[in-house]
Design a protein. Structure first.
Length: 364
């Protein structure tokens, strides 16, 4: 490690993304990408963009994209802020709303970028243990701002709108911010969107990566009260005043306007998820009920690492977290129907041998 690093940088434990193989063909089910290409309207928007205009900076207000997002959700443009993926928007929340005297509470098992951001901005945080695989709502409400993913990652479980409303009201009455990361909400669960008019402390972050097949474009956004959005904008303009490029604005706007394509892809992913869930149960796995575009599951007799390595050897990438309590779980993204059928067939073929490597009972 370089002697020139600051103490803060030396303490960082950066987020580790899923593997991105480049050397050969794999079935890639480890990063929750969509199995479908973007809408044809996106390709048309990119092809029709004025390449000569790339010599100029993009619109710092993202007016066209903000209009499209506002129209999509039935809110005002002042309720919207777009950025380079929801990761950037989430990162801006930490300096915008963080307080060195007030801990930020988050589930202990959730999107692992949250504690990375908190450490990066030298903000105190508390990781609240789950109850089984369920979020401990009362533990999150024990004092301080709250951030959570709904549906949660990597479990795929979601809180109800009534529960989100109770949390938001409790935090509002104490003057605390409630950040809800809805990266996966299109695939199940209830969005906190109906609470925006009531809760001036609620900030929702969304992404076009999963449900609109635009992971490679990097566009996300926040929905919230104008004063919260202004706080995010102040943080953004103190870091990068031109966050979304011209091509991304054009493509993202086109994607949001093609609702039939979005709905068809979403429905196909949900249908494939349920098919895959049933197939895993038939093979003796214990898949967690999912509201996302992935399934979190384990086998009661075969360690997760053993299954992960067997699949990787067969050129199938899934996600495993080497973390106490979930080390035997695998998070498997929902790919195409063909991908999931192939995976089920491979697991059926290799499970007898994996069991035969030594009988083990996975702790509940």
């Amino acid at each position: 490690m370089s002697q020139f690093l600051s103490p803060e940088a030396a303490r960082l434990a950066p987020y580790t993304p899923g593997e991105q193989p480049r050397d050969q063909q794999y079935i890639k089910l480890n990063t929750n990408e969509s199995p479908f290409p973007p809408s044809p309207a996106v390709a048309a928007a990119v092809a029709g963009a004025d390449a000569q205009a790339l010599q100029l900076y993009s619109d710092p207000t993202c007016a066209a994209l903000h209009r499209a997002i506002a129209r999509y959700y039935g809110v005002e443009e002042e309720n919207v802020l777009a950025g380079n993926g929801s990761d950037e928007v989430l990162a801006l929340c930490f300096p915008a709303f963080g307080d060195e005297d007030t801990p930020l509470r988050m589930p202990a098992l959730t999107y692992s970028f949250y504690p990375v951001y908190a450490t990066l901005f030298s903000l105190p945080y508390v990781r609240v243990p789950l109850r089984g695989l369920d979020i401990d709502v009362d533990g999150l409400l024990a004092g301080g701002n709250v951030i959570l993913a709904n549906p949660n990652a990597p479990t795929g479980r979601a809180l109800s709108l009534d529960t989100l409303a109770r949390m938001g009201r409790c935090l509002r009455d104490r003057g605390e911010v409630f950040i809800v990361d809805e990266a996966y909400i299109a695939f199940g669960g209830q969005s906190a969107r109906p609470l925006l008019e009531e809760l001036d402390n609620l900030l929702i972050t969304r992404t076009l990566s999963k449900d609109h097949s635009l992971a490679g474009l990097r566009v996300g956004y926040a929905l919230g009260h104008p004063q919260l959005i202004d706080g995010l904008r102040r943080a953004k303009d103190s870091f990068n005043s031109y966050p979304v490029d011209r091509l991304a604005i054009a493509a993202a706007t086109a994607a949001l306007q093609d609702e039939p394509y979005f709905a068809a892809c979403r429905d196909a992913i949900v249908e494939t998820r349920e098919f895959f869930h049933e197939g895993m149960v038939a093979l003796g796995f214990e898949p967690n009920p999912s509201c996302a575009n992935f399934v979190f599951m384990r086998h009661p007799q075969v360690p997760g690492k053993r299954i992960y390595e067997a699949l990787k050897a067969r050129r199938v990438f899934v996600r495993r977290f080497d973390q106490p309590g979930i080390e035997d779980y695998l998070r498997i993204s929902i790919g195409s129907r063909q991908d999931m059928e192939t995976l089920l067939r491979l697991l059926k073929d290799c499970l007898p041998a994996l069991r035969g490597q030594g009988k083990e009972t996975v702790d509940p």
